[in-house]
Design a protein around this ligand. Structure first.
Ligand SMILES: [Zn+2]
Length: 448
């Protein structure tokens, strides 16, 4: 440990002037510019209100992409292009869930991405409520012919999302005719949450949908009293053949090492509900704006900064795999890849995945972000769209924000532009811009 620290200190000395003294003035300029400029905020509002939600395979998504390419060109970015990627295409269709017994009520619901339809005209069945996987197993003899409702309370996204992703096949294995989940989130205002799901190959496919937290808890209470629950589920969802989408790229060229690249970006696709404002329109437009501000301030980083807006993060990940494959020959020239996909709330800093000497440098850069409260470096730079680059040895980062409200809106009809705060959003822009600029301008590439 001691040896590593000494090496890191020596390495940081080899950069000469400290990062703080060298970049403090520039980073303050970036901060004051981002906090007062409304270009990005207006662009996010325009994109949300003009194109709507941006599901993979939809016209909305491709129209938004076309608009971004046009705007990036007018910003004076170089090598602006859409790189073609085939994306899986799921179409929701009309859907409803109706409680028939003990009383009649339309249940707010969202089918889960990838689900099959119900038989034509819907299906009607008794509901069994389970709170977790163990309960499903211990009561499996009651499952045949019924709809299983997983009423699993939200713990963390990573843990609870398993019911959304794998619940259908787990229920079908025991003879369920459909499965429902309690929406994945800690809080609800009658907001069902969609998201991707998948089927096991060797199990009968059954329809899979999300109810609201409120309705799932109500059905659980009814069930606990021993009363019979009957629900009619009607879904017309279907998968169609893959369609073409595009990863969006635009860059400012490095002044000394133009073939070395710092990537910043988010995912341009969203679910087909709300406006995909926090997930992840905000991350996309903040990354784009970071590059635009660096250019507008007349900064000339030594390395190229490339904005990449990946397509199809939500239901396939074809965008991030496509980018990696298309740029495999320049993987060793990727100095760093930064992703923003946790919403554009108050920024805290960046999660970082890379080696110890790189981490020391990244920590010094964090100190520059103290004025915007984004000076905390943490673990966990890997996020969906940069993970494939990290697998090839590229150091990666993800923007960390105050996540306390993210899962209120995530994948719901409430993920709309009004949930984005002007100042919080602009502080995200500043954080990304400072990190990208300083790393792109270091005398030596970030060590691997
Ligand atoms: Zn996302």
């Amino acid at each position: 440990m001691k040896i590593i620290l000494v090496a890191a200190v020596m390495l940081s000395h080899s950069f000469g002037e400290s990062i703080k003294s060298k970049y403090e003035e520039t980073s303050l300029k970036i901060i004051s510019k981002s906090l007062t400029d409304s270009t990005a905020y207006n662009r996010l509002g325009y994109m949300c209100d003009t194109f709507g939600p941006r599901l993979s395979g939809s016209k909305n998504l491709e129209n938004a992409i076309k608009w971004i390419l046009k705007e990036m060109n007018s910003d004076g970015f170089e090598n602006v292009r859409g790189e073609k990627v085939p994306v899986p295409t799921w179409i929701r269709g009309k859907e409803s869930a109706t409680l028939l017994s003990p009383f009649k009520k339309e249940l707010s619901m969202l089918g889960l991405g990838g689900s099959i339809s119900t038989p034509r005209g819907g299906l009607k069945a008794e509901v069994i409520v389970v709170n977790n996987w163990d309960e499903l197993e211990s009561r499996s003899n009651e499952v045949p012919g019924k709809i299983v409702l997983f009423n699993a309370p939200f713990t963390s996204y990573g843990e609870t999302v398993a019911y959304r992703y794998s619940g259908a096949s787990a229920a079908a294995k025991h003879g369920a005719v459909a499965s429902l989940i309690r929406s994945i989130g800690p809080w609800s205002m009658n907001t069902p949450h969609t998201g991707v799901m998948a089927y096991d190959d060797d199990v009968q496919k059954i329809p899979h949908a999300a109810l609201t937290m409120e309705d799932a808890m109500m059905l659980s209470r009814i069930h606990d009293r021993g009363d019979k629950i009957i629900v009619k589920l009607d879904m017309n969802a279907r998968m169609v053949a893959d369609r073409w989408s595009h990863n969006v790229l635009g860059e400012i060229k490095g002044s000394i090492y133009p073939d070395e690249v710092v990537v910043v970006g988010g995912h341009i696709d969203s679910w087909d509900v709300g406006q995909g404002a926090q997930d992840d329109g905000g991350g996309c437009i903040a990354s784009w704006e970071a590059v635009r501000l660096i250019q507008e301030l007349g900064l000339k980083p030594k390395r190229t900064i490339r904005c990449v807006l990946w397509t199809n993060e939500e239901n396939g990940g074809q965008g991030n795999k496509g980018y990696r494959d298309m740029h495999m020959d320049e993987m060793d020239k990727h100095v760093l890849a930064i992703e923003s996909d946790g919403g554009v709330f108050s920024p805290k800093g960046f999660g970082f995945s890379g080696n110890d000497s790189a981490r020391k440098i990244v920590e010094e850069i964090h100190a520059l972000m103290k004025p915007i409260g984004a000076n905390t470096i943490s673990e966990g730079g890997r996020a969906a769209d940069v993970a494939p680059l990290n697998d090839e040895g590229v150091p990666v980062m993800s923007l960390k924000v105050d996540g306390s409200k993210y899962f209120w809106y995530h994948h719901t009809n409430a993920d709309t532009f009004d949930k984005v705060d002007f100042n919080e959003f602009n502080r995200c822009v500043a954080a990304i811009a400072i990190m990208a600029y300083v790393v792109a301008d270091l005398d030596e590439p970030l060590p691997r």
